[in-house]
Design a protein around this ligand. Structure first.
Ligand code: B12
Length: 483
């Protein structure tokens, strides 16, 4: 028997979508699987001891979604908690532990070493998990398990990440208590594709999901939306990095949802790139039930967009915001301030531009999480080689280690960049402001400008009072009520 364990306990609660898909495919393969969800447990160690007192799985699969909160200045690192969970498991059972999940897949070897787990699967878990169980039950030919990392005579060996070109997922969505996640998390996830073929300098998605687009069949996506709806879940958040890449797939999905008359019965939110986005797609999305879009705007300054290697220009962002307005879709623009070459002037240009194009909300995120194997890693290494360490922000001691939350804020922004950004925002209620460096633990619960979704009890309380939707949209509604 296989037990899949969700280790993500962040508030508000986000359902372990990956675990749901993996459990679905393991069941389809005829294997015996149970899910132990630590998210809602007040005493996770006690819950594990109780569980292993009555069940003896042959393998435990732990899902690890967030390695850290990617949020400066909180810079919360979750890998030590994962190690604690594994230690508790070791105290009650000898069965092996396999790790998976997006947080795991960004740092597969480091997390395997640090946590003491036996195996890890980098990339998609559905087929790999079934392959691992079969090999553990049979000939133990680990070379044949896609994405596997394992220990061999004191060394860690690894296969290539598991990124199958064709993905067919179970659409039942019944392995996790999605109804409770909807009640306490305000929305449920659904994935329409995997991988990203773009090359933004900071992004970790290609590390965990690969850099080719792997599209799901629109019919399968609509089946899954129907499964969720039949459980009473009618507010969804799409879980691709960018729904409109490629545009034809996004349109085909909208068409399928409309053909099944789902557009009037579900409301959904998505992340999008400002390009490609045209009137036809905006209309199709609105008809298919989309009520909110979060655009990866990054900047309102052309030189910064080129530095980030974004494919859109700032006029694409302006046009996208306008199209959302025309189609009654709430619109959020996510900014990434402080990258290489950012200056007080480029920040001013961005803030002024965003005020001018007038989205419903804008997230003024300050500080780029630097991931290994990205162009940001090279940029930071070059700066350090030239004796310039002014851009690095971190909360740990010792040598710089990108495994731990390490951020970059352009040195040209001076000692107090958050204050500067806040001054430029000037209290404009459309913006979620960066938290102040000096008060890392400030993130006050009652602050509707705090859009770190880690221990955000303001959003969780709103959800328990009936709010539903993307968290930025819930915060927007809370703020608008205040005005
Ligand atoms: C959509 C999304 C959101 C939505 C979620 C909406 C929802 N209802 O699900 C919202 C906006 C709420 C959100 C919030 C946050 N997010 Co987010 N989010 C994503 C996004 C785009 C998709 C996540 C997802 O569900 N993917 C689809 C599932 C199916 O994939 P998966 O989880 O990887 O699972 C697969 C494999 O990993 C594997 N697998 C999973 N579990 C297991 C277990 C075993 C045993 C095995 C073998 C395999 C396995 O198999 C699965 C299927 O193939 C990702 C980036 C991305 N492209 O994936 C970022 C991402 C996961 N988020 C991230 C972060 C940081 C956050 C926040 C912490 C931000 C913050 N500070 O507020 C919060 C955390 C919220 C929480 N409670 O956990 C980071 C994590 C990076 C890191 N350093 O670890 C990511 C990677 C984005 C990024 N590049 O920075 N997020």
């Amino acid at each position: 028997m296989l037990t899949l364990i969700n280790t993500n306990r962040m508030v508000p609660a986000i359902g372990p979508l990956g675990l749901d898909y993996v459990a679905g495919s393991v069941k389809q393969a005829g294997l015996d699987v149970e899910v132990l969800d630590l998210c809602f447990e007040t005493d996770p160690a006690g819950a594990m001891k109780e569980y292993f007192g009555r069940r003896s799985p042959e393998l435990m699969g732990l899902s690890f979604r967030n390695a850290d909160d990617s949020f400066w200045p909180s810079a919360d690192w979750f890998v030590p908690e994962l190690r604690d969970i594994i230690e508790t498991i070791r105290g009650v059972t000898d069965a092996p532990v396999v790790l998976g999940g997006i947080g795991y897949s960004i740092f597969p070897e480091q997390i395997l070493k640090y946590s003491g787990a036996d195996y890890g699967i980098c990339g998609d878990g559905e087929t790999a998990m079934v392959a691992l169980v079969r090999q553990l039950q049979g000939q133990r030919r680990f070379d044949d398990v896609p994405g596997l990392l394992w220990r061999d005579n004191g060394h860690i060996r690894s296969n290539a990440p598991c990124w199958p070109p064709v993905i067919t997922l179970s659409t039942a969505r019944d392995s996790v208590d999605n109804v409770r996640y909807f009640r306490e998390g305000g929305q449920c996830g659904l994935e329409t594709k995997r991988g990203c073929n773009r090359n933004c300098i900071y992004c970790a998605d290609p590390l965990a999901k690969g850099n080719t687009l792997r599209l799901r069949d629109p019919g399968e996506i609509a089946d899954e939306a129907q499964s969720l709806l039949s459980q009473g879940i009618d507010v969804l958040h799409l879980c691709d990095a960018e729904f409109n890449v490629p545009g034809h797939h996004a349109k085909a999905i909208c068409e399928e949802l409309v053909n099944r008359s789902l557009g009037d019965r579900i409301r959904w939110y998505a992340y999008l790139s400002p390009s490609p986005f045209d009137a036809e797609l905006a209309r199709a999305m609105a008809r298919a039930g989309c009520v909110g879009i979060n655009f990866t705007g990054d900047s309102g300054c052309e030189s910064m967009l080129r530095t980030y290697r974004q494919q859109h220009g700032r006029e694409d962002l302006a046009a996208a915001v306008k199209l959302c307005r025309l189609n009654n879709i709430a619109v959020m623009v996510d900014l990434l301030l402080g990258g290489p070459g950012e200056t007080p002037e480029t920040i001013r240009e961005t803030i002024d531009f965003v005020k001018h194009i007038n989205p419903d909300c804008a997230g003024a995120s300050l500080g780029v999480r630097v991931y290994p194997h990205t162009a940001m890693e090279t940029i930071v290494a070059n700066e350090l080689r030239n004796g310039n360490d002014t851009g690095i922000r971190r909360r740990y001691d010792g040598p710089i280690d990108l495994f731990k939350p390490t951020f970059y804020i352009s040195g040209a922004l001076g000692q107090r960049p958050a204050e500067m950004v806040r001054d430029l925002i000037g209290g404009d209620q459309r913006f979620f402001e960066p938290a102040l460096d000096a008060a890392p633990l400030e993130s006050p619960d009652d602050d509707a400008a705090n859009y770190n979704y880690n221990e955000n009890t303001l959003i969780a309380d709103a959800i328990s009072n009936g709010a539903r939707g993307a968290y930025w949209d819930i915060l927007r509604r809370l703020r608008n009520k205040d005005q």
